[in-house]
Design a protein around this ligand. Sequence first.
Ligand code: AMP
Length: 365
Amino acid sequence: MKLPQLEDLPDVAGKRVLVRCDFNVPLAGGHIEDDLRIRSALPTLEWLTGRGAQVTACTHLGRPKGKPDPSTDVAPVRARLKELAPDVALMDNLRWDAGEEANDPAFVDRLVAGQDCYVDDAFGSAHRAHASIVGPPARLPSAAGRLLAREVEVLSGLLNDAKRPFVAVLGGSKVSDKLGVIQALLDKVDALVIGGGMCFTFLAAEGQRTGDSLLEADQVDACRRLLALGKRIVLPSDLTLLGPDNQVRQGGTSVPDGWKGLDIGPGSAAEFSDVITDARTVLWNGPMGVFEDPRFAAGTRTVAEAVAACRGFTVVGGGDSAAAVAQFGLDKEIDFVSTGGGASLEFIEQGDLPGLRALRESVNA
Ligand code: AMP
């Protein structure tokens, strides 16, 4: 499982090093709303420039369709990088070339041209077999950057020797996205707590009415099978509902027609908190409700506070839950906030990722 580290590269002094970063920062009107992803790459970039390497970084940004598009220009990222790491150059958005997502060998040729070494610090993209992720390690001496290495270390630790009780808390909208990870987690955890839109498919599997809440009818049987495994799955016992005339009220887990469950209720939030408080390891991924709307943020906030207060080792997995924790000002209380939501879930499910395999099989490994 061991990944080649920066120390395993040939001496980088005077060498050209290509670094794949995940600088896919949130942008609003060309302005960077949060530069955490850029700052997170600095240990790797500084390690290289400090040893005399000539560093060129590359990243994707947004979802351009394989051709240049001004709304996904990396210019704002380049400007911020110039302030933080003046000696590091940045290529154009990788996804401006269709060869990136297609993993086209000709595009890999262009990426590695003139480079002596490759470093992958883009954990958030390690689940994609894209050209800049899996191509260079087959051509150049390669290593994991510090951020990627730390992500893998933390997640491997959760899977292999988490202190018990180990509690996973899952939320977010779609259960179909997360069935694989739920299955994998049920073998590892002492309790799996489920909130967010995905809880309704489980509640339906238990025979509850879900009204107009999110429901993936074609996944009800799969949820029923997971419930029948006899593992400890904690579902909400009450909900915060939105009615047909936009009225908000608390209710039980049987949702009337015309009503939608948009957050877990206060009783569930308290029960979830108790399970989290007792844990010695917590993994949280996905909000408990539509937390972007203050009327439905209470469940996510209570869970975030419980994770923050938990004395065990706490990990928040990327995307919306990381945003929620930051929104509530609790990010400093979490032991590890993953930069890669999708990648961390896929790592938990599969135990490996294409980008990691490529590094292990690199020409110098
Ligand atoms: P995901 O992209 O699957 O991680 O889901 C995140 C999204 O799920 C957030 O934007 C939430 O607003 C949404 N969400 C959470 N709970 C619910 C719910 N009960 N009904 C609808 N959407 C929800």
